[in-house]
Design a protein around this ligand. Structure first.
Ligand SMILES: [Zn+2]
Length: 426
């Protein structure tokens, strides 16, 4: 068998013939040419003539231990449709790419599964190349089909990098929280851009949208989709309740200190005892108060019982938090409005500042909180999405541009299928 025939089988790109093979210091260089004589513009127009020609190389999948490059002549053509000189399309690589489609498919397939360092070591490519390849592959695979049939959406802001860089992410409640859209920023204008991209016909079919309690997203939905029923995501409310617990802990510490100082003037100075006591206090109460009661350790349960025996303000804070969580655990969802009303009365009279404040916020969002329960948008698929996006950052993909992070979010959370080049082989 001749070398070129053997390499034709190894390279296995349809419509391409191997014309020569050389061994260069950087690896095997396989010279290829297209069997078709005509050149195709990226717009689809074809011609037999060309403007000029040059030789280019693309990195292809490794051959054993050796890197492999495809080398071919590539032409520029004068396209009457685009009214300018453009570089022709080639079947083995995307426009402007330095890697073949097969190589890119392997990178994207791995990026869905492993961390970035693994890919750079395994395939001997740079971090930058991985980021660019993911952007290119996602750009090709992603299409408007994902906008079809949308009815119940969730919107959330995600921080993707230190220094307050945020993305707005839109996910589909009816398709396991699959990401349908993401963009840098977290303002009303950011979310408004999603509605514009969706178009009036698809917006008209939207039924419900779950949001945080901020005003930015609310404003965008009020303007762009006033018919869409707004809900508050349960995990935002529970997060606020946990924040209230943290505030109450700090407040209660100062409060008990003040009471102690009044009662016992003869005791040692409180300031002396403070560093030790404060640390102990913080350590002992934090998880006992924040964790789900069902998963508390014996020690944490003991802390809770101690707080209860002392009739501590913190014990009441904890009761208030758990009572708010009960809103999402009611056997009969129809009882939710009454439960919330009862909770609001209790919290606003609690005289614990953090919970009085929380009660005000809850009252303001009452309709939207109850709508989430009524429409059963309470299964927190979006919360799972948040942890998936954190995982993308942990795997080393979060340090690039917003564009690169968004491409990774589509790749890992958008339900995209990446086929390996070998998947079509027997
Ligand atoms: Zn063209």
């Amino acid at each position: 068998m001749r070398a070129t025939t053997a390499f034709n089988r190894i390279i296995a790109i349809h419509g391409v013939a191997v014309s020569g093979v050389t061994f260069a210091p950087e690896g095997v260089v396989v010279r290829i040419r297209r069997r078709k004589r005509s050149h195709q513009c990226p717009c689809g127009w074809t011609t037999k003539s060309h403007y000029d020609r040059s030789t280019r190389r693309w990195r292809h999948l490794d051959l054993g231990l050796t890197k492999c490059f495809l080398e071919a002549e590539i032409c520029r053509i004068e396209c009457p449709k685009c009214r300018r000189v453009r570089t022709e399309d080639v079947p083995w690589a995307r426009p402007g790419a330095r890697h073949t489609k097969d190589f890119c498919a392997v990178v994207a397939w791995l990026a869905q599964r492993v961390d970035k360092t693994t890919i750079t070591k395994l395939l001997r490519v740079s971090w930058e190349a991985v980021a660019k390849i993911v952007i290119d592959v996602v750009g090709e695979v992603l299409n408007d089909d994902r906008f079809e049939g949308l009815a119940r959406l969730g919107v959330d802001e995600v921080s993707y990098r230190k220094g307050h860089r945020y993305l707005t992410v839109v996910a589909d409640h009816d398709r396991e929280g699959r990401v349908v859209w993401a963009k840098a920023g977290k303002s009303a204008a950011t979310l408004a851009a999603f509605f514009d991209e969706l178009g009036p016909q698809r917006v008209a079919k939207l039924e419900a949208i779950s949001l945080d309690m901020g005003i930015a997203f609310e404003k965008a939905v009020n303007e762009k989709g006033p018919h869409v029923r707004q809900c508050v995501d349960p995990f935002h409310l529970i997060w606020l309740a946990n924040e209230a617990i943290n505030q109450a802990r700090r407040w209660a510490w100062n409060e008990e200190r003040r009471v102690l100082a009044k009662r016992s003037p003869g005791r040692p100075k409180l300031d002396e005892a403070r560093p030790h006591d404060h640390a102990r206090w913080t350590k002992h109460t934090r998880w006992a108060l924040l964790k789900d009661p069902a998963s508390l350790s014996d020690g944490q349960l003991a802390v809770l019982h101690e707080l209860r025996r002392n009739n501590s303000l913190l014990y009441r804070s904890w009761q208030l938090k758990e009572a708010l969580r009960d809103l999402y655990r009611l056997a009969d969802p129809a009882a939710a409005p009454a439960h919330l009303e009862w909770w609001l009365r209790w919290a606003s009279r609690s005289r614990i500042p953090a919970f009085v404040k929380l009660a005000k916020t809850v009252r303001k969002n009452r309709e939207r909180i109850l709508a989430a329960i009524e429409l059963n948008l309470s299964n927190s698929k979006l919360e799972g999405l948040n942890s998936k996006i954190r995982l993308i950052n942990h795997r080393g993909y979060g340090h690039h541009s917003a564009e690169a992070v968004i491409a990774m979010i589509y790749l890992c959370c958008g339900g995209l299928t990446i086929e390996l080049p070998t998947s079509t082989l027997a």
